[in-house]
Design a protein around this ligand. Structure first.
Ligand SMILES: [Zn+2]
Length: 327
């Protein structure tokens, strides 16, 4: 079972509710990205379908239901993820939950369970649902079938319509303290954590993902920003940045610009996210205009919120680099 050390309280509460038949028909797992919400949702779904759950409330892994789950063929388990547009050839496509997939899920949930037990659906990144899909979800939430459970997972629950949020029982996940996160990473063989936990704002899975897959990408962004700080042209980096995951890059850029803002308002004693780049950030802050820094900061936030909108990535990065040069 993969219930992370920092999720024990949530898991125990859900297990208690399940055993007392007090689970709501719809749950919302919310909290920062990289805290393992999806994993926990799947574990709960498996536990509901397993016919011989273990003492800690987890699926046994050995019964017929568990074998079907492992093979990805359990007829009462439905997993929905955001997918790219069918025609997309982009290396960095906009992902969304397709209404057809949702409808197929509703149909399956309204049919009788194949095994006489629960029917469970997990919708990951539920905030990536178009409005039309969200509206159709409401009906399912208002008239849940017998023995059905719907688990919505979201790192941006405020983007879900309030009509949906209010019909779900919320379970909140938080980032653990640094020590818990670092010891979990060490158990997984990562002893050189460096700045990764800071960059991930304490979220252990995001830090792990960063160390294993994204460190080089941030390095390139840092190179581009350092070139701009030295007064050199940085725009030629746009082409490469455009091919990388937008949400990660924007989040790092936001931290970078926030750090400059912090230096401008709080002085050099302030703590920074990019502590490993303090010297260059201080240099940039010395010549930066406060109003421009905050305006770029707000612009990046608006871009992060617009993650579902396709933008020309090359133009996006050219504009951002020019704005950064002109701070
Ligand atoms: Zn089992």
């Amino acid at each position: 079972m993969t219930i992370y050390p920092w999720q024990q309280a949530q898991w125990q509460q859900l297990t208690r509710q399940r055993r007392q038949n007090r689970l709501a028909h719809a749950l919302l797992f919310e909290g920062p990205a990289g805290t393992g919400k999806k994993q926990c949702a799947r574990e709960l779904a498996h536990a509901l379908l397993c016919t011989q759950t273990a003492d800690d409330g987890s699926a046994c892994g050995g019964c017929d239901a568990c074998k079907l789950i492992a093979a990805g063929t359990h007829p009462d388990l439905h997993l929905l993820l955001p997918t790219p547009p069918a025609s997309s050839t982009s290396s960095n496509p906009v992902l969304s939950i397709k209404i057809d997939a949702l409808r197929a899920m509703y149909r399956a949930l309204s049919e009788t369970s194949q095994f006489g037990g629960y029917r469970v659906a997990v919708i990951e990144d539920a905030d990536k649902m178009p409005v039309q899909a969200a509206n159709s979800l409401l009906k399912t939430l208002e008239e849940p079938g017998e023995n059905t459970l719907l688990i919505l997972v979201s790192s941006h629950p405020h983007r879900l319509p309030v009509t949906i949020r209010s019909r779900c029982q919320s379970t909140r996940f938080q980032v653990p303290d640094t020590e818990t996160a670092a010891s979990w990473l060490a158990e997984g063989g990562i002893s050189q954590v460096g700045n990764a936990l800071k960059l991930a704002h304490g979220a252990p899975l995001r830090a792990k993902d960063y160390i294993e897959h994204h460190a080089e990408q941030r390095e390139l962004l840092v190179k581009a920003l350092n070139a701009a700080t030295r007064g050199e042209a940085s725009i030629h980096y746009a082409q490469k940045l455009a091919q990388m995951p937008r949400d990660y890059l924007l989040a790092w850029l936001l931290d970078w610009v926030s750090d400059i803002g912090r230096l401008l308002t709080c002085g050099e004693a302030t703590e920074l996210v990019n502590e490993d780049q303090r010297a260059v950030l201080e240099a940039r802050a010395r010549t930066a205009d406060k109003a421009r820094v905050f305006s770029l900061h707000d612009h990046i936030i608006s871009l992060l919120k617009a993650e579902g909108i396709a933008l020309n990535p090359q133009l996006l990065w050219e504009n951002l680099l020019i704005s950064f040069e002109n701070l």
